[in-house]
Design a protein around this ligand. Structure first.
Ligand SMILES: NC(=O)c1ccc[n+]([C@@H]2O[C@H](COP(=O)([O-])OP(=O)(O)OC[C@H]3O[C@@H](n4cnc5c(N)ncnc54)[C@H](OP(=O)(O)O)[C@@H]3O)[C@@H](O)[C@H]2O)c1
Length: 254
């Protein structure tokens, strides 16, 4: 079904990082179903292929976004393919369980490189195209970008950083007509906990604890989060910028 909202995204070019799983895969699909051309970016070519197999509007680019020169390569790939770039979704990210007593410089640097520096360099490289399109950036934060997370403080801090980048860039780029917003999901089904290297039993315990803490009584689905990423990027959202929208089943209220 085509709605007024989907028709405005039709023909637009969208980059989604981390599109081989979880929230990024659901977002890539949601944009493609809305009629956009989507470049799905991530390290695992096979995972990206599984995303692209679900919709012909999705192209793939295997890339480590923390590598030297990767940001420009990603932006050039989309702009070269479609001659434009309207939306950058900075979704790729990781969580790190790391109590203060175990804090390790390498792990902090790697986390910030992925969750903060790579989105910044992608946004910088995207700028000329976003100016031309009067486009939008959607950064993916977390409920824990604005509430404490004992035992994973650096993850929370990295998401707090992306929220402040969102507000600051929104003001910096407003005169160019570029909107910058953030989506802050609560605990959502994805590969994130496994990717953090946690054993299955710990992952299951965390999921049980999160479910018990969420007022709506369950973890979210990637599709429930992706729908709001699309709303924030949609050209119909012409007067919203610099906002952090929390989609977390009410967790933020507790
Ligand atoms: N799930 C949740 O509960 C939750 C809650 C709040 C916020 N978030 C945020 O939502 C975003 C998506 O996470 P998710 O939950 O969907 O987890 P996920 O399934 O682990 O997805 C993360 C994606 O990022 C990609 N990625 C990781 N490192 C990369 C790199 N160096 N270069 C390129 N791509 C890279 C991964 O693909 P490859 O391994 O193939 O590169 C993966 O597809 C993250 O920013 C996360 O912090 C998640």
């Amino acid at each position: 079904m085509t709605t007024a909202s989907t028709s405005r995204l039709r023909g637009q070019a969208v980059i989604v990082t981390g599109a081989g799983s979880g929230i990024g895969r659901a977002a890539a699909l949601a944009f493609a179903r809305a009629g956009a051309h989507v470049l799905a970016v991530g390290r695992r070519a096979d995972a990206l292929r599984q995303t692209a197999d679900r919709h012909p509007g999705i192209a793939t680019l295997p890339a480590d976004i923390t590598a030297d020169g990767a940001a420009q390569e990603v932006i050039d790939a989309a702009a070269g393919r479609w001659g434009r770039l309207d939306v950058l979704v900075n979704n790729a990210g990781a969580t790190t369980v790391m109590p203060l007593a175990d804090t390790d410089a390498r792990r902090v640097a790697d986390l910030l490189a992925l969750n903060v520096t790579a989105p910044s360099l992608l946004a910088r490289a995207a700028l000329p195209h976003l100016r031309a399109a009067r486009g939008a950036i959607v950064n993916i934060s977390s409920t824990y970008g604005h509430r404490p997370l004992p035992g994973a403080a650096h993850y929370a801090a990295s998401k707090a950083a992306i929220e402040q980048l969102t507000r600051s860039w929104a003001l910096e780029l407003a005169a160019d007509g570029i909107r910058v917003n953030a989506l802050a999901p609560g605990p959502t089904e994805s590969e994130a906990l496994t990717a953090a290297g946690l054993p299955d039993a710990v992952v299951e315990q965390i999921k049980r604890d999160e479910t018990a803490a969420i007022p709506l009584g369950r973890r979210g689905t990637p599709e429930e989060v992706a729908a709001w990423i699309v709303h924030l990027a949609d050209p119909a959202a012409t007067w919203i910028t610099g906002q952090v929208l929390t989609v977390d089943g009410g967790l933020e209220l507790t």
